[in-house]
Design a protein around this ligand. Structure first.
Ligand code: ADP
Length: 613
């Protein structure tokens, strides 16, 4: 039932109730008043009639005629009752029928009048069959108390009452019609406004910027105002929540550490992009247990432990490549996982969610391993010459000094090993300076032809010893951006290696050319070359294809490692392949030198020389 129907029903109900009450009240009061008035009137008329009757001499004889005459004048039925209770005259009964009337002494008004002097009554008359009002008076006469009774049929009064009743009903109907009309109009306005508010509230679900803006100061306007305030506060909280959510999301997106969150059931609820990338976790991981997604028993145990103990824990785990999907990065990842319980307020007691932060320490652990290896290798490299020196010096001190021929041999051994130690320590220092960034390179524009020529000139003596021929094939004017000392060190090392690791009478060729914005320098020999499986590793520290041979020829195993560091520090790269003749072919690529810069450098150089001269 709509509010309009209710309002109309209510109005109609009120109107009908008011009409009934009003009608009852009016008819009642009016009836009572009219009744009182009529009764008083009847009593007065009875008194007058009684006076007239009192003046009559022979009442018994004149009663019938007197009754008729007085009735005419009093405008009421007049009954005269003798002391025995018999009716002696009645204006409504013919005199000859009077004897048939019953004894009237028992009538209430008659009995009252006999006792009290006056009496009244109201009933349907047995004689006339109408509703009658009665008034009686006692008239004391010598023969005893007569009763003068007047009866009045209150038709006028009844008519007035029913007229009043009719008016009330008519008035009620009119008022009802007016009330319904007013209710219709009033409820229409009210229900229209309420319908409008309902429509606005519904629209707010989709568009929180909608406002009711109801004018006025009544309850509907207040409801509209409350609705607008509600929307306003919703907008505010949505903005705050949104802002917080966005910030949280942005933090998770930006984090370089992987983040995994599980709920109280132990299922994944969140994986940030860093973790997805790190472990190749796909989007559909959400809702599944971490064990199923990452297949790491250690991680599963860690999450269980934190969830049950409700205390943070850290563990280093390794996730095997088999656990990673096709999208995952290759290789085993070494991860430090910090897991902490995540209290979810709504969940109450029992198991809790866990937030796990993953730090990828694969590279760190690899470097640590390299360092450990390096220290072991370096110690090993140092131990041999030191042990040899010690053994030789002990032998000398133990008596060999006295044998001049033997002592010379031992001193030579000591000298060779000391030289080797010296070279090793120098190379190690060099390496650590380059790696630690202590050795600053200042690349300038250099002429490759000049650089190669200088390096070759330095090693020509050693080449001659091994009957190695050195060929240089560099176009003059090929400019490279490099640090002169570093480039010299690299070239010397490559040429020295080519002489060292090839049989006598070999041939070493140096080439340089500019190619697509870079300068490519090649050092190729026709020796045994480096087997493919060793080619990538010869640049590692202490890595040698044949350690014994390298040591015997005085190599430290650090030359190529230093060369690689230097080349990379000059924004270049170095690699080795097998040349056409089967020998080793080292190729280094460096940035092209700027022609202008080269000429400027030459000019500066020339001016400096002139000044000195
Ligand atoms: P080393 O002091 O032993 O020469 P390097 O780092 O310079 O150390 O070289 C590492 C290893 O690479 C050498 O021990 C050798 O086995 C191999 N190698 C380097 N250059 C050549 C080459 N031109 N021909 C064959 N093998 C080479």
């Amino acid at each position: 039932m709509g509010i309009r129907s209710k309002l109309i029903a209510f109005t109609v109900g009120i109107a009908v109730l008011a009409a009934v009450v009003f009608d009852g009240y009016v008819v009642q009061t009016l009836g009572a008043e009219l009744g009182e008035h009529t009764e008083a009137d009847l009593a007065a008329r009875t008194a007058l009639v009684t006076e007239a009757v009192a003046r009559t001499g022979d009442l018994e004889a004149e009663a019938p005629a007197l009754a008729a005459a007085l009735a005419e004048r009093a405008g009421a039925r007049v009954t005269l009752i003798d002391p025995r209770g018999a009716v002696r005259g009645d204006s409504s009964v013919a005199p000859e029928q009077l004897d048939a009337l019953e004894d009237h002494a028992s009538r209430r008004e008659v009995a009252d009048a006999l006792n009290l002097g006056v009496g009244r009554g109201e009933r349907v008359s047995k004689t006339t069959g109408m509703r009658m009002l009665y008034a009686a008076r006692r008239l004391d006469r010598p023969d005893g108390p007569w009763i003068v009774r007047l009866a009045f049929e209150p038709v006028a009064m009844d008519r007035s009452l029913s007229a009043a009743h009719r008016r009330v009903v008519e008035g009620t109907l009119l008022a009802l019609a007016l009330a319904i009309g007013a209710a219709l109009v009033g409820s229409r306005a009210l229900s229209d406004r309420l319908l409008y508010l309902t429509e606005v509230a519904r629209a707010m679900r989709g568009d929180l910027s909608r406002r009711a803006r109801v004018q006025g100061a009544d309850e509907v306007a207040a409801l509209g105002g409350a609705l607008d305030e509600l929307a306003e506060s919703l907008v505010r909280s949505r903005r705050e929540l949104g802002g917080e959510g966005e910030r949280f999301g942005a933090v998770l997106e930006a984090m370089r550490e992987g983040v995994l969150v599980t709920d109280e059931r132990g299922d994944i609820v969140l994986v940030n992009p860093a973790l997805s990338q790190l472990l190749g976790v796909r989007r559909d991981a959400v809702g599944r247990p971490p064990l199923e997604v990452l297949r790491s028993a250690s991680l599963h145990e860690l999450i269980e432990e934190v969830s049950i103990a409700r205390a943070p824990a850290t563990r280093e785990i390794e996730i095997a490549p088999a656990a990673l999907g096709a999208a995952g990065p290759p290789g085993r990842r070494q991860l430090v996982v910090n897991a902490a319980p995540l209290a979810i307020p709504a969940q109450g007691r029992g198991a809790v969610g866990v937030v796990a932060v993953f730090f990828d320490v694969t590279e760190l652990r690899r470097i640590e391993g390299l360092q450990r290896n390096f220290i072991a290798n370096a110690s090993h490299e140092l131990r041999t010459p030191v042990a040899t020196i010690r053994a030789s010096s002990e032998t000398l001190l133990g008596g060999a000094l006295d044998d001049p021929a033997a002592s010379r041999d031992f001193v030579e051994v000591i000298d060779r090993n000391a030289t080797r130690l010296h070279r090793l320590v120098n190379d190690l220092l060099d390496l650590s300076r380059i790696e630690g960034g202590e050795r600053r390179l200042s690349p300038g524009t250099l002429d490759v032809a000049e650089q190669t020529e200088a390096a070759v000139a330095l090693l020509r003596g050693r080449a001659r010893e091994k009957r190695t021929t050195l060929h240089v094939d560099v176009a003059p004017g090929t400019l490279v951006a490099a640090d002169p000392r570093a480039l010299d060190q690299v070239l010397t090392n490559l040429i020295d290696n080519a002489i060292q690791h090839t049989p006598d009478g070999s041939r070493v060729t140096l080439r340089a050319m500019a190619s697509s914005g870079r300068v490519v320098v090649e050092v190729e020999d026709d020796g045994p070359g480096i087997p493919a499986e060793h080619q990538a590793r010869v640049f590692e520290r202490f890595y040698r294809v044949d350690a014994g041979r390298s040591r015997a020829t005085g190599g430290t195993g650090l030359g190529l490692s230093i060369a690689k560091h230097l080349v990379e520090a000059m924004s270049g790269d170095i690699s080795v392949t097998t040349g056409a003749s089967g020998g080793a072919l080292f190729r280094l690529t460096l940035p092209l030198g700027k022609a202008g810069a080269g000429r400027a450098a030459e000019l500066r150089h020339g001016r400096a020389q002139l000044e000195r001269a």
